[in-house]
Every structure is written in C-alpha cells, then in structure tokens.
Design a protein around this ligand. Structure first.
Ligand code: HEC
Ligand code: HEC
Length: 187
C-alpha cells in the first residue's frame, strides 16, 4: 500500500484532472448516483462533494475487484484512470447533499457522542466532510452508511489498510444506526 500512496503523490505523465470532461463522462453514472451526485435511490451513495482522491481510489478498488457491490466492478472496468480522475474532480465540485436534521433526536445525539468517543472525525474530518482518500460521511444516505459500516466491520468490504476495519470492529448495530443518523444530519 505504501507504493500506492507514493504513486499518487509523485508527479506523473497523466493530464491534470478535468472536471468539465468529468461532467460528460459522469452521464452514465447519473441514472443511479443522481444528476449532480445526489442519489434518490436508497442504498446508492451520494458522490457530491466527496474528496476526489476518495472517489478515485474506490473506483480503482472496484476495477480491481477488491471491492464489490452495486454492479460497480463492471462499470469501473470500462473507465481509464484519467476518466476516474476527471469524474472524481466533477463530483468534488458539486454542492454537498442536503443535510437531514429531522428524525430521531435521541439517536442523533447518541451518534454524535459515539463519533466523538470513537475519534471518527480524526480521519473523516470535524464535520465528517472527508479528506484526502477518506470518504465524506456528512449528508450520506443512511441505508448506504449502515450497510457499508457493517460490511467494513465484518470484513465483507476490505478496506485499504485495515484502519477502518479496526475502527468499526467494536461497534454495535445500534451504534451504527445512531452514527448514520448523525452523519446524515451534517451539512
Ligand atoms: C446501476 C447503478 C449504478 C451506476 C450506473 C453507477 N453506480 Fe456507482 N454505485 C452504485 C451502488 C449501488 C453503489 C454502492 C455499492 C456497494 O454497495 O458497495 C455504488 C458505489 C459507488 C462508489 C463508492 C462510493 C463510496 O462512497 O465509497 C463510487 C465512487 C461510484 N459508485 C462511482 C460511480 C461512477 C463514477 C459511475 C459512472 C461511471 C457509477 N458509479 C455508476 C450504483 C451505480
Ligand atoms: C484511521 C482513520 C479512520 C477512522 C478513525 C475512521 N475511519 Fe471510516 N474510513 C476510513 C477510510 C480510509 C475509509 C475508506 C475505506 C476503504 O474503502 O478502504 C473509511 C470508510 C468509512 C465508511 C464508508 C464510507 C463510504 O463512502 O463508503 C464509513 C461509513 C465510515 N468510514 C464510518 C466511520 C465511523 C462511523 C468512524 C468512527 C467510529 C470511522 N469511520 C472512523 C478511515 C477512518
């Protein structure tokens, strides 16, 4: 994995990511991820305002079959790495998904407490907005959040370096639901 990060941070021959080209290339993603990266299908993630490195990295994971789900392996296999970078730049430039503050206030407060106790923000950012290769969680669909966190906990979804798996290991289903409610409430 060290090699991977070196490869990402060392200047290379590829062209700079092009968000305008990315918008065009993202046409085939809109049916599921929404016109501007805000999906209306439960369980399908919002991509709007995701850190570009996170989207790029997840597409590589799908392409290489290290992550599976939603038919994304086949879709990612059709993209070049330049396509992935352009698309990632496009989604990063979109307005964040709307925050949902409605719902169970008790769950929300509980979620906030757990997020603080478990240091989720040390990687995902103070507002869980994501950074570098770490995905944005704020505003994310609760169905998607819950499924992914359970899969990361069980190992059904392998993560890049095991840090997320160990962060998830001790979480109960109830705690995961509370954190999903909290994350969705953040702008
Ligand atoms: C047929 C519906 C569909 C289409 C079309 C589609 N996706 Fe997806 N995508 C999904 C689903 C469902 C998931 C969640 C997969 C899972 O459960 O792990 C997903 C996950 C992702 C993720 C992971 C997000 C995260 O937060 O980890 C990225 C990135 C992504 N898709 C990018 C794209 C791009 C780029 C395109 C177009 C080139 C695209 N998708 C087309 C359904 C789709
Ligand atoms: C040590 C850094 C770190 C900590 C601490 C951490 N995460 Fe993560 N998280 C990551 C990384 C990196 C990923 C991407 C994993 C991958 O696919 O390789 C991730 C992925 C996720 C995902 C999947 C998001 C998506 O778009 O697919 C969820 C949900 C999540 N984390 C929730 C949490 C919660 C809740 C906490 C606190 C209990 C937490 N994380 C703590 C680094 C961290």
């Amino acid at each position: 994995m060290a090699f991977f990060f070196v490869a990402l941070t060392t200047p290379h021959a590829w062209a700079a990511p092009d968000a305008i080209a990315g918008k065009d290339k993202a046409q085939l993603c809109a049916a599921c991820h929404g016109e501007n990266g805000v999906s209306s299908i439960p369980g399908t993630p919002h991509l709007a305002a995701q850190p570009p490195l996170s989207v790029f990295y997840q597409l590589l994971q799908f392409r290489d079959q290290r992550r599976k789900g939603g038919g994304m392996e086949a879709i990612a296999a059709t993209l070049s790495e330049q396509d992935m970078r352009d698309i990632a730049a496009h989604y990063a430039a979109q307005p964040a998904p709307p925050a949902h503050t409605g719902g169970d206030a008790q769950k929300l407060t509980r979620g906030q407490q757990i997020a603080q106790q478990q240091y989720c923000s040390s990687c995902h950012g103070a507002q869980l907005q994501g950074q570098k290769h770490v995905p944005r969680l704020s505003g994310q669909s609760t169905e998607y959040f819950i499924t992914q966190l359970r899969n990361l906990r069980s190992g059904a979804r392998a993560d890049m370096d095991g840090t997320m798996a160990s962060a998830a290991r001790s979480l109960t289903d109830e705690e995961i639901e509370a954190m999903a409610t909290y994350a969705r409430s953040l702008p």
